[in-house]
Write a protein that binds this ligand. Structure first.
Ligand code: VAH
Length: 317
């Protein structure tokens, strides 16, 4: 079948890179990028193919865009991330959940034949084992974002079990890229630090020095997303979302790695409300099920990520 893909929330940190990759994979005209932002406010990359202004909470508008472009696959990325969601719980729940229901129901009705919906390591909570967190374990998220992502995972599994909806999902770690800016996350420090290191020689981190978090190069996350969506469904044993791991580091260990390239770089620490969010998350992730079910293997580790980020950001600034 000819794939016609709609990316919802395409102007976000993941969306810009995913749009580029899917258009390279399926052709520019096969991938419709959409976001609530007007064309004048989005990265020009999105306008290299079809673009629609779309608020995912406008169900009628969603249906008309799907019909207009004869869409059969949706990547639903629109969401409030962890830090922003804490400031606006009601809207975070509405956006993160209702958008998902509208898309799941279109698949249940046979309008769509495949959905991608991102989850996050934020689905884990304070009682979750923190080191090499397994695929199946205690999950007691205490953030608005984490609660919405855990609920979303359970609904994805329900729609797959009850209505045979083909929805696939990944628990992304913190994502680090140089092509798009992060927006409202607790792991955003790990992107900002590279710009400040190159532009100012120092960085003030909103997490404490020893806060270990699971992280991943954005290109690895994009590769994993495409690989999962192209996998044979019969191999997939996880109905909710797959654990995915790249690397794990602390602001202190990241700083040490950056200093190998910029010896005079320094990081200062001023933890804010995001420290409590980070403290509720795992320090590292076991993704052996993704490795088994769909041959996942990360390319980047901390040293190669740091070298690549500094190299690419140097070109931009
Ligand atoms: C956030 N970047 O910080 C996202 C992600 C694991 C973190 O979900 O909210």
């Amino acid at each position: 079948m000819n794939e016609k893909i709609l990316i919802i929330g395409a102007s976000g940190q993941i969306g810009i890179e995913l749009t580029e990759r899917l258009r390279a994979e399926y052709g520019k005209e096969a991938v419709v990028a959409s976001d609530v932002k007007a064309t004048t406010d989005v990265d020009p990359i999105l306008l290299e193919g079809p673009y629609e202004v779309l608020n995912i909470l406008d169900k009628e508008a969603l249906h008309s865009v799907v019909k207009k472009h004869n869409i059969n696959q949706v990547y639903l990325l629109a969401a409030l991330l962890s830090a922003t969601a804490e400031k606006n719980p009601a809207f975070a729940w509405e956006l993160n959940m209702n958008g998902l229901f509208y898309v799941l129901d279109m698949a249940k009705e046979g309008i769509l034949n495949k959905i991608y919906w991102p989850s996050s390591i934020a689905v884990f909570g304070p009682s979750t084992p923190r080191v090499m967190t397994p695929q199946d374990t205690i999950m007691d998220p205490n953030t608005v974002y984490g609660i919405s992502k855990l609920a979303g995972e359970r609904w994805c599994d329900y729609y797959h079990q009850k209505f045979n909806v083909d929805v696939r999902s990944i628990r992304y770690p913190g994502l680090i890229g140089y092509k798009s800016a992060p927006g409202g996350g607790t792991t955003d420090y790990a992107v900002d630090i590279f710009y400040k290191a190159l532009q100012e020689g120092s960085y003030t981190c909103f997490l404490s020095a020893d806060t270990a978090l699971p992280m991943m190069m954005m290109s690895d996350a994009i590769q994993a997303t495409v690989q999962l969506m192209q996998s044979d469904r019969s191999r997939l044993t996880v109905g909710g979302a797959y654990n995915l791991a790249g690397m794990s580091f602390t602001p202190a260990s990241l700083t040490t790695e950056i200093q190998k390239h910029l010896p005079s770089f320094t990081t200062h620490y001023a933890p804010d409300f995001r420290q409590a969010i980070a403290d509720s998350w795992p320090g590292s992730i076991d993704d052996s099920i993704a490795q088994r079910d769909w041959d996942w293997k990360a390319e980047y580790d901390t040293p190669t990520l740091v070298a690549k980020m500094l190299e690419e950001i140097k070109k931009k600034i």
